[in-house]
Write a protein that binds this ligand. Sequence first.
Ligand code: ACM
Length: 262
Amino acid sequence: MKVGFVQNHPQFGDIQDNLSRIEEMLEGKRADLFVLPELFSTGYRFKKMDEAHQYAELVPGGVVTSFLTSLAKKINTYFIAGLVEIDDDRIYNSSITVGPEGFIGRYRKIHLFDTEKACFHAGTEAPPVFNLNGTKVGVMICFDWRFPEITRSLALNGAEIIAHPSNLVLPHCPQAMITRCLENRVYAITANRVGNENRVPDEVLHFIGQSQVVDPDGNILIRASEIEEEVQIVEIDLGKAREKFINSKNDIFKDRRPDLYS
Ligand code: ACM
């Protein structure tokens, strides 16, 4: 199976332009699954919830979900990508999963980072694992990486790949995901953005790029630059993620001792 990421540089608030750019970047690129960054079509730094509200959409039915659904049909792929969702006047930092068969599901970020707490409501449902044409894909968003319980619970629920739309500003995540993959013998696709946002005086946000795919042995199969927009694709062997033995005596799931810790 081929998986990939899109590392983009959204212009804040220009949804149509940002979507066109994604279509342009994917021209001629083919994979079974693409992960796009958190909030890839709007930009990241909303000043307050009222502003996020202006860019929010119903899921499914909104412009970004519709765009990705038709692109998924056109190029026969699955997309997992972040957007601002509104539901019953509540605003979420969500990610959607769509494919050739249409809209598949959503995840509403449960661990909000820093100023996100003033702009979004936290999700109230556990991160999902979707069966995408026989492949089990778990979804988390950016700062969720800092809570190892998320990757663990996705893996215990059968995820073979963790899709990880992100807008990373701290430096640690790309290396930390290597450990998440080793701990759980899963693949992880982190899709980050690049560029700066200077929407609040004296608060420049710099996004670190380095989108990557890591395998269940902790190898970085592909990693993007810190500054360029990029699409990268790699062939993966799902059998590796289905095998939890690390030698003839240790199965890292069966050897767990939840009777002694939780
Ligand atoms: C983050 O969760 N966007 C850092």
